[in-house]
Design a protein around this ligand. Structure first.
Ligand code: R5P
Length: 286
């Protein structure tokens, strides 16, 4: 048998993986000392195979993953798989100025030291897998994004930038009907301001599903929703794999007039209505 080891960030998803038959759950402890340091630990377990499930959305979550990997090896596991439903720092995959790190490379190297293989759910760029020094593969999870959608009027699936066209197309294909379109996006990296240029596709009265891999600050998604609503769209849905929803992102989406926000349980948020567990289980061969 295989033991599933959930990080504190991925408890519901780990339970869903157990329901999918991936293995049996162990219950770690997650402690914090007065100086802010964390201590994650696992009880003794019999199995030699461990699957750690850990989204790394925060610096603490990164440290917790490294601790769980070390603890699991210490507890006797000889085969460790690390599943990362949301890989933090994945968008820091280049040094934009001299002196800057490639942050995701630094974290990938550290994670690689404690595992035999890694699976990344919809990483921002599949090429980040190359930064790991153990076998690392992406898992496609976009097909489930259409599950909560129904009764859309003349639907249009929109990618807020060219990088999300494939996700929008996969979501359309899973829904079963509708057109796909995309915006041109320019981001000023000094000011953080985003400029979105829509295509000429008519949206008047149509329900529009905006699909992106991540909603972080909500700037990209709320900008797209505002443009679509100003052009007379019907209901506008914001759909993403990773609902980071930092700071006031959820409020920005509401203020822009979103009908509904849909994300997955790669991050456990109020909008995590779609589970990536079936896609992970299929990939793990369970
Ligand atoms: C960018 O390439 C990504 O696909 C997302 O559009 C972006 O990371 C979302 O960030 P934010 O919510 O901060 O605009």
């Amino acid at each position: 048998m295989t033991t599933i080891v959930p990080a504190s960030t991925s408890q519901a998803l780990a339970a869903a993986l157990a329901d999918e038959g991936v293995g049996s759950l162990t219950v770690p402890t997650y402690d914090r000392f007065a100086d802010g340091e964390t201590l994650a630990a696992v009880p003794e377990f019999e199995d030699s195979e461990a699957i750690i499930v850990a989204s790394t959305a925060t610096n603490d979550a990164h440290i917790e993953l490294l601790q769980l990997q070390d603890a699991v090896r210490e507890a006797g596991a000889t085969d460790i798989t690390t599943v990362i439903p949301y890989l933090g720092y994945a968008r820091q995959d280049k040094a934009f100025k001299r002196g800057q790190p490639i942050s995701v490379r630094a974290t990938a190297r550290a994670i690689s030291t404690g595992t035999d293989r890694v699976f990344l759910v919809e990483p921002h760029e599949p090429a980040v897998a190359d930064f790991f020094t153990v076998p690392t593969e992406p898992i496609d999870a976009a097909a489930g994004l259409a599950e909560p959608l129904s009764d859309l009027q003349d639907p249009l699936f929109v990618a807020p930038d060219e990088g999300a066209i494939e996700l929008a197309t996969t979501t359309r294909d899973a829904y079963g009907e509708g057109a796909v379109d995309y915006f041109e996006k320019d981001r000023d990296y000094e000011t953080g301001e985003i400029e979105l240029t829509p295509s000429d596709a008519p949206v008047d009265g149509r329900d529009v599903v905006v699909v992106d891999d991540i909603i972080a600050t909500g700037g990209t998604m709320s900008g797209a929703i505002e443009v679509l609503n100003s052009r007379g769209a019907g209901d506008v849905y914001a759909v993403c794999v990773h609902p980071v929803l930092a700071e006031a992102a959820r409020t920005k989406l509401a203020a822009a007039g979103v009908e509904r926000v849909i994300g997955t349980d790669s991050l456990e948020r109020a909008v995590s209505d779609v589970s990536v567990a079936p896609a992970i289980a299929a990939r793990l061969g369970k």
